[in-house]
Design a protein around this ligand. Structure first.
Ligand code: ZN
Length: 144
């Protein structure tokens, strides 16, 4: 019998954990013993962003937002809801473009919010504009 595993970056300490498919909800980090994968969006900054995108084998959907943008604030709870729907197929994360301007520039973010779906370190889809939870989840699944 073969067991599928995926590498998942711990959101708490950054350690890379090998996790059996189907055991994501209960998996704990080998280093810090905290949960490896939770069903809510992860706030990323420069260093953690690169590590999660490059090292995690879970597709990662990133909300590039700004705390001063009305549509971004409206989408926040919808994005959090979508994280529950997409768990554990997709990890959801957020980048505050006003604080992380280098990353925003690297990906040519013109407007917020913009969603970018990453898989195996590569951008595979992007969608500018606010969406509700159902549309976010459907859009992400369509590109997996
Ligand atoms: Zn950890």
């Amino acid at each position: 019998m073969t067991t599928d595993t995926r590498l998942i970056v711990c959101p708490h300490c950054g350690a890379i954990n090998r996790v059996q498919t189907g055991r994501e909800a209960e998996a704990t980090c080998g280093k810090c013993r905290d949960k490896v994968f939770e069903n809510h969006p992860l706030e990323l900054v420069g260093a953690t962003f690169d590590r999660h995108i490059a090292k995690s084998q879970v597709p990662t959907l990133v909300d590039f937002y700004s705390p001063t943008c009305g549509p971004c604030l409206m989408m926040g709870p919808q994005f959090a809801d979508a994280a529950k729907t997409l768990f554990p197929q997709v990890r959801l994360a957020k980048i505050d473009t006003s604080a992380e301007q280098t990353i925003a520039a690297r990906f040519g973010i013109q407007a917020v919010p913009t969603l970018i779906l990453f898989k195996n370190g590569q951008e595979i889809a992007r969608q500018p504009g606010a969406m509700n939870a159902r549309d976010i989840a459907a859009w992400a699944k369509q590109h997996l």
